[in-house]
Ligand binder design. Structure first.
Ligand code: COA
Length: 464
């Protein structure tokens, strides 16, 4: 049985910080954010918003748009790394909010859990729920997978300019209108690492950004190699002499902690794939530089990052490579559209990859590209660390859904906030009811109990 994505709804908070204001306040060159990282605006949650209400708002849009009744939904999973409780799962809050609209117990048979593995958990949730459908366990019902996060780093840290917030809700079924997942090719890689983690009770992560960037690319490459084996052995892809697996992936969606990370990761993967191809020699000649190798090619990530001479040369090599026509062609055709949303919403952790997918669908549709039958490849990464590579094929019916996608109108009227206000929210100096803007037709957080017997209990209401 087939399984895939039938529809996608998003929720992005309307408050945002402008990269130019941010750079000015931190004494940085705005070009570093806008050109260096691809960050123009970062979505920021208001005081009465949290990952659970963003998830519920995305779900509500999905349910309303598809005129679903609660009994049509068999599963609701939330993948997040912005957990609200050590025990109570985020989908339970979401069910509670949705039942305010659909009635008590209306979703009582809609099972699910909260999934955690940094930014990759949404991909595991999609895979597991697709398998629930493929196994025939869904009995015609839909599964909803929601990815929702607030990317929050310490004030003044190098992660602070890769923040953002938002949720993406995906509707899965056995006759999807948008994309059917390719069966038996989903591949993973996993290793115990500390590139980015958030110990209990800490609101912001401990992160080694450069280490994490390199580990991300290595892990995705390993998962891609495993994908390649499966794609060849199942016969999904048949390679001719001089072809690489990426030749058979029409659009590439990468995990995007910031927009330019997609470009960096694409360059890394193409270098890996093209190195053994006859045309690589020609590309190298045009670049006028030999591909550098670290002093200790079998060294650790630490030893590679500490090899300053290699890192400088490799940086220059990557820069020249990304300027070649060969790279640019692949970048423009397969990746660029997926990076647009990230520039204006920022880092969404688990939701970044799927906001990128949505971005690609919307902006390729606007360009008039015919996506029917095209294969999308996904490079998902979560610190700690694990990568997942999988793919899917776009269905003839995709236009019915994609024609109505409009990032700007779905976010709504955005409100730029000053750095002063942003810092007040960041440092939790305002209570839930001291929100900066009014909400309409959405769930908001109105209180978190702090008396000992009910400490931590959260109350949400739907604002008409
Ligand atoms: N104008 C234009 N570009 C500039 C610039 C300027 N004035 N100054 C720097 N840049 C470019 C750099 O060349 C670099 O681009 P490159 O990677 O293509 O070479 C980019 O801006 C970033 O600068 P750099 O100094 O290398 O990085 P940083 O110390 O500011 O850290 C991150 C960047 C991404 C590592 C950091 O923001 C971070 O840790 N973010 C969190 C990421 C994360 O969450 N990872 C975990 C999961 S994936």
């Amino acid at each position: 049985m087939a399984a895939g994505i039938d529809d996608i709804a998003i929720y992005v908070p309307r408050l945002f910080v402008d990269a130019r204001d941010f750079a000015k306040a931190r004494g940085m060159d705005p070009d570093k954010l806008q050109r260096g990282l691809g960050v123009s605006q970062m979505a920021i949650v208001d005081t009465n918003q949290d990952p659970a209400c963003m998830a519920a708002n995305a779900c509500l849009r999905l349910i309303e748009r598809n005129k679903l009744s609660p009994k049509d939904i068999g599963r609701l999973y939330v993948a997040t790394e912005s957990s609200l409780d050590e025990s109570k799962a985020m989908n339970s809050y979401v069910i509670g909010m949705l039942e305010q609209i659909y009635g008590d117990d209306s979703l009582e048979h809609c099972g699910g859990i909260e999934c955690k593995f940094a930014c990759v958990s949404g991909s595991y949730a999609l895979y597991d729920n697709s398998n629930w459908i493929r196994a025939g366990e869904s009995e015609g019902k839909y599964a909803i997978v929601v990815v929702s996060d607030i990317a929050k780093y310490d004030l003044g840290s190098s992660g602070e300019y890769t923040q953002g917030a938002g949720a993406v809700a995906m509707l899965l079924n056995d006759a999807p209108r948008i994309m059917t997942f390719d069966p038996k090719v989903t591949s993973t890689s996993i290793k115990n690492e500390y590139d980015f983690y958030r110990p209990f009770g800490k609101e912001t992560p401990i992160v080694n950004g450069q280490y994490s960037n390199l580990l991300y690319m290595i892990q995705v490459k390993k998962a891609l190699m495993a994908y390649r084996e499966k794609a060849l052995s199942t016969g999904l892809i048949k390679l001719q002499e001089g072809e690489t697996i990426l030749d058979y992936i029409d659009f590439i969606n990468m995990h995007l902690p910031y927009s330019n990370m997609g470009k960096k990761a694409l360059a890394y993967l193409l270098r890996h794939e093209w190195r053994s191809m006859p045309y690589w020699k020609k590309i190298i000649e045009k670049m006028g530089m030999v591909e550098p190798a670290p002093k200790d090619p079998r060294g650790t990530i630490e030893s590679i990052l500490a090899d300053e001479e290699f890192m400088a040369k490799d940086h220059e090599f990557t820069k020249r490579f990304t300027q070649t026509e060969e790279f640019q062609d692949v970048y423009d055709a397969k990746l660029a559209s997926s990076l647009i949303a990230s520039r204006i919403v920022g880092n969404l952790y688990t939701a970044s990859l799927y906001m990128g997918f949505r971005s690609c669908l919307e902006f390729e549709f606007q360009k008039g590209t015919d996506l029917e039958g095209k294969r999308f490849g996904f490079g998902s990464y979560g610190s700690g660390s694990s990568a997942m590579v999988f793919s899917g094929v776009i269905m003839p019916t995709y236009k019915e859904v994609v024609k109505d996608m409009n990032l700007e109108s779905e976010i709504g009227d955005r409100v730029k906030i000053s750095l002063e206000k942003y810092e007040e929210i960041h440092e939790n100096k305002r209570g839930p009811n001291e929100n900066l803007i009014d909400s309409k037709k959405e769930f908001v957080l109105v209180g978190v109990a702090n008396t000992s017997e009910i400490r931590g209990q959260r109350t949400y209401v739907f604002k008409e």
